[in-house]
Design a protein around this ligand. Structure first.
Ligand code: FES
Length: 157
């Protein structure tokens, strides 16, 4: 995000805070709209919310990490979910996961430097017959071996 973008977004956040400021239970709606504006909850935004709503940072952090709809880090253009459910696990999902980490040079939960991919482990995706399974956005890839990964990634690069 460039600086101008950030400024614009912080302005929008001001409006959101202004709208909800005097309502009881304003933290959830404000965080929700902050996530919509930035795509995640930047620290700068959290600090502003803390100050304006007079809520300690620790409380904001607690709420932000408790609900999976909030994220504290920017997300990539594509989210890759690697199923580590039992059926996938026994079919070597871990090796597929490791290959993805190597190819993308990221750790689980992180986003690539070019902002293209966020890599995550997921629970059972409900298509165990295709184990091991990964998803990239809405696309599902099954019966994978680690050597399939580079070609799949190339489609999104
Ligand atoms: S365990 Fe992976 S899809 Fe069910």
């Amino acid at each position: 995000m460039n600086e101008l973008d950030m400024k614009e977004k912080m302005k929008k956040l001001d409006q959101v805070i202004e709208t909800h400021k005097d309502q009881p239970g304003s933290l959830m709606p404000v965080l929700h709209e902050t996530q919509e504006i930035f795509g995640y909850l930047p620290e700068e935004a959290q600090k502003k919310i803390s100050k304006e709503l007079n809520i300690p940072m620790a409380e904001i952090y607690g709420v932000a990490t408790f609900y999976s709809r909030f994220t504290l880090k920017p997300r990539g253009e594509h989210t890759i979910g690697v199923c580590l459910g039992t059926a996938c696990y026994v079919k070597n999902a871990q090796q597929v996961f490791e290959r993805l980490q190597k190819e993308l040079n990221v750790k689980p939960g992180d986003t690539t430097e070019d902002g293209k991919f966020t890599l995550e482990a997921t629970r059972c995706l409900g298509c165990c017959g295709l184990a091991p399974v990964i998803t990239i956005g809405e696309d599902v890839y099954g019966k994978l071996v680690p050597d399939d990964i580079p070609e799949i990634l190339n489609k999104y690069r």
